[in-house]
Ligand binder design. Structure first.
Ligand code: HEC
Length: 119
């Protein structure tokens, strides 16, 4: 069955990521970011990926926000997603603690992209 194969490859992929990719990710927010967000937003949050092409708001470091910069709005977006864009909902796929951690991590990336500014 094709589906079984697909699920197996995904499981293998996740297992490999877990085994080899964890070095240096003491921060749970960084771990979640790398696994769930960086494919679209880039590891630095600047959104220079093919998934973010033509989506200027996928750049979290430029100080321009559609949903932020306040923490509650960003958290709501990460939990519920934005049906009008490729930004997916993570409620149910991440624990509330993981969502909190990755929201803090992304606000940190946003601040790092704008020296001197706080989100
Ligand atoms: C499938 C690709 C994809 C994934 C995976 C993804 N995002 Fe997004 N995200 C987007 C896109 C595209 C946008 C821009 C939405 C728009 O155009 O309004 C966005 C928007 C955002 C914004 C709002 C920016 C603004 O201007 O308000 C935040 C914050 C955000 N993402 C955080 C995350 C976090 C945290 C994760 C991981 C838990 C994540 N994203 C995973 C594609 C993705």
């Amino acid at each position: 069955m094709r589906n079984t194969l697909l699920i197996r490859s995904i499981a293998l992929f996740l297992a490999a990521g877990g085994a080899f990719g964890c070095s240096g990710d003491a921060d749970p927010g960084a771990r979640v970011w790398r696994k769930k967000c960086s494919a679209c937003h880039g590891s630095d949050g600047a959104g220079r990926t093919r998934f973010a092409e033509g989506r200027p708001f996928a750049d979290l470091t430029d100080g321009r926000w559609r949903h932020g910069p306040d923490r509650e709005a960003v958290r709501r977006l990460v939990a519920d997603g934005d049906p009008a864009s490729p930004m997916p909902p993570f409620a149910g796929r991440l624990s509330p603690e993981e969502i909190d951690a990755v929201v803090d991590f992304s606000l940190g990336l946003a601040a790092a992209g704008r020296p001197g500014a706080r989100p």
